[in-house]
Design a protein around this ligand. Structure first.
Ligand code: UT7
Length: 324
């Protein structure tokens, strides 16, 4: 028996930061950002709003569409690299706010791949007898963004997406997940300070070591290759062909990456789900945010074959194939 996605939900904060707004913050232009990334605007939290606040909204919506009570959840897995605090896990804060008193809860740290990693773990538990697992990707990327660095600040946004996973049938649900990592390339995307190696201090802050640093151009090339590889792995493992994929939902990092991957896979543009023009790169939230939009807009229909592919810091890359 497969595990199946019983419901989806998402949430983005109200505050919009447009490319035009960024023109007054760093030396950039709407034209450069739109052409090089495909992003036109992104959402940012209001002061005081944290990862758990976004996660709560997305989770409540997913529970409602799944018709599952929070008190029936067995496990909460929250993928994030921008949790409310280093301790306790944001998943535990969420567990309390949802009233999910029976649920075990922990955070999953796999950067932009976090949601697919968490989905894979949840899938394994449901397949082996657990009933309801809440899987969330929630990020406040604005908290780790250096708003004076034009190489990164134009890319990221805040948001959350969630799914409720439960028992399904033999021929529908999560058909497979594939996870990968290569720690040799850990310096491609990193936040060098603020952890146990270089704990938060005035010096760390002054040197902007608590913000995200990325070797954008090198990362770009590896992202295309890795997501292509993970997508092929998913279809091969299930004995289907790429032409049978109905909806492709890749991690929303850069429009040129998404188009290059779909082209290499031979997937036409109409099968590619894109919403990064509105939300930017929301890291672990990007796939569930796009998935929920695809469900709400009825781009995904019962029986569809949905391919998820992610790539991110670590480096990590992953895929999942879902029969809706
Ligand atoms: O989610 C995790 C995975 N992340 C990714 O997959 C991100 C992958 N990388 C990318 O999306 C792209 O590499 C970027 C959007 C970050 C950069 O695009 P690029 O086409 O790779 O540009 P580049 O870094 O090669 O820079 C080209 C030029 C440089 O100027 P010079 O040195 O040629 O004079 C940059 O300084 O563009 C300049 N530039 C900018 N110009 C205007 C870089 N950022 C900006 C900016 N506005 N915001």
């Amino acid at each position: 028996m497969n595990s199946t996605i019983l419901g989806t939900g998402s949430y983005v904060p109200n505050r919009v930061l447009t490319n035009a707004d960024l023109e007054s913050m760093v030396e950039t232009s709407d034209a450069w950002i739109a052409e090089r990334t495909g992003i036109r605007e992104r959402r940012l939290v209001e002061s005081g709003q944290a990862c758990s606040d976004l996660a709560l909204e997305a989770a409540q919506r997913a529970l409602t569409t799944a018709n599952v009570n929070a008190s029936d959840l067995d496990l909460i897995l929250l993928a994030t690299c921008t949790g409310d605090n280093p301790l306790p896990s944001t998943a535990c804060l969420l567990q309390n706010r949802l009233g999910a008193t029976r649920a075990a809860a922990c955070d999953i740290s796999a950067a932009c791949c976090g949601f697919v990693y968490a989905l894979s773990i949840a899938d394994a538990y449901v397949k082996t007898g657990m009933r309801y697992v809440l899987v969330i990707g929630s990020e406040v990327m604005s908290a780790i963004t250096d708003w004076t660095d034009r190489n990164t600040c134009v890319l990221f946004g805040d948001g959350a997406g969630a799914v409720v996973l439960g028992p399904g049938s033999h021929d529908a649900g999560i058909l497979s997940t594939h996870l990968h990592a290569n720690g040799r390339l850990s310096d491609m995307i990193q936040v060098p300070g603020g952890g146990s190696k270089a704990p938060g201090s005035k010096e760390i802050l002054d040197n902007k070591q608590c913000f995200i640093k990325m070797k954008g151009n090198e990362t770009f090339k590896i992202a295309v290759k890795s997501m292509e590889e993970a997508a092929h792995e998913a279809v091969t493992a299930n004995g289907v062909t790429m032409s049978e994929i109905d909806v492709f939902i890749p991690h929303q990092a850069n429009m040129r990456i998404l188009k290059a991957v779909s082209q290499r896979l031979g997937l036409p543009q109409e099968k590619l789900m894109i919403n990064l023009d509105k939300f930017g790169n929301t890291s672990a939230a990007s796939i569930p945010l796009a998935l929920d939009e695809a469900v709400i807009s009825q781009r995904i229909k019962t029986g569809d074959l949905v391919l998820l592919a992610a790539f991110g810091a670590g480096l990590t890359w992953a895929s999942a194939l879902v029969r809706w």
